[in-house]
Design a protein around this ligand. Sequence first.
Ligand SMILES: C[S@@+](CC[C@H](N)C(=O)[O-])C[C@H]1O[C@@H](n2cnc3c(N)ncnc32)[C@H](O)[C@@H]1O
Length: 417
Amino acid sequence: MASTRIADLAAQIQENTTKVDQYLQSKNLPSPSFHVDGPVDFQIEDEEIQKARETALDSSLELHQLLLGPAMCLRPVLNGVSLQAIYKYDIASHVPIHGQISFADLGRKCGMSETNLRRIVRFAIAYHRVFHEPREGHVAHSAASRKLAEDADARAGLGYMFDEVWQSFARTVEARERFQSDEPTHTGWSLSQRTDRPVWEHYAEHPAMARRFAGSMSAFSDGVGLSPRFLTEGYPWASLGTATVVDVGGSRGHVALALAQSHPHLRLVVQDLPDMIRGARDAVPAALAPRVAFMAHDFFAPQPVPAAAVYLFRNIFHNWSDAHVVRILRATVPALAPGARVVANDYLIPEPKTMAPSKEREIRGMDMIMLSLFNARERDRADWEQVFKEADPRFKDVVIWVPEGATLSIIEAVWAG
Ligand SMILES: C[S@@+](CC[C@H](N)C(=O)[O-])C[C@H]1O[C@@H](n2cnc3c(N)ncnc32)[C@H](O)[C@@H]1O
């Protein structure tokens, strides 16, 4: 009998899952589980095994969709109510880490009716493996809900995702229709937040939202492929010698700290809007403090730190339309000495079908988020070359690295002066 796609996929899943399993066993690492004491992340450090994991994931996704069939794929359940409520009522923090609590008691603690709490938690169990129900009517933690209870950044990430991002999706087509504009004040996010201010100005007036955003950035950096280590290890920092790196839009410095930690010859200046960086220096470990400075700076204004070796923009340009990226680059120009590098650490849109499906999904997912939040976009190779060229033809030699396993690429342009 001829082989079929579903049989091939099942075989790929078997083969690659076995590789992952054997690796984990050989390293005495825990097997994947949602048990409350189970691992929340894989600790696979071998590239081949990481690839095997991705192949198993991609194959199981395709197999799942084939077995669902086209009609069912047109009816996805895109419902964030349960996770949004878990964030809003801080449900995870009210469940004992190694115990159980009845729906009735948990409802009282969270200020929710027992009936609604039960349906919200049971949806989260069924769809997300957040919580579990060890005996009928009683809630306990899974590894996923425990992460929420114990990690403030994970909670921030959930809140941001459902209070802001998910809300914006629902209004994006309406915003396109209504405004017919690429300005950052004309987005699904603007409609859902009922504001005519851009995201970052709105955050300046809503510091709790700004802090939640910074926490979620930190949480998402933990994702496989998003670790700052791909930047700290994936770019030739050592070749710069003793040098200053300006982390423009560096939030509260989590990437700058990783760079300072792994490259003792680098001096870091973190720039961001005043509300974002207020108090950030207090969290810098004493050993790094002499090499990490913070500075309030609006990146649309002329860059105030002259002659740095690198001006780093991590996860910045994808928040802005081409016209605004060009403005930001031009504002950097007055500070650039010949040979200075502008380095973006951002997504690179792949040529269709050149990337593992799950990676491509991640990038295309982010591209759609950028549309809904900012009227911005992810870029392919030609787009990157184009924005640098348009900003100033003295940006030369655009080079792009895609570190193995990384979600973000490293895009470098050298200032010819
Ligand atoms: C997506 S976050 C990226 C943060 C950090 N670079 C990272 O990779 O996690 C974008 C950052 O740009 C900052 N930002 C937005 N508008 C800015 C402006 N006009 N000047 C300086 N920073 C700005 C935000 O406050 C935020 O910290």
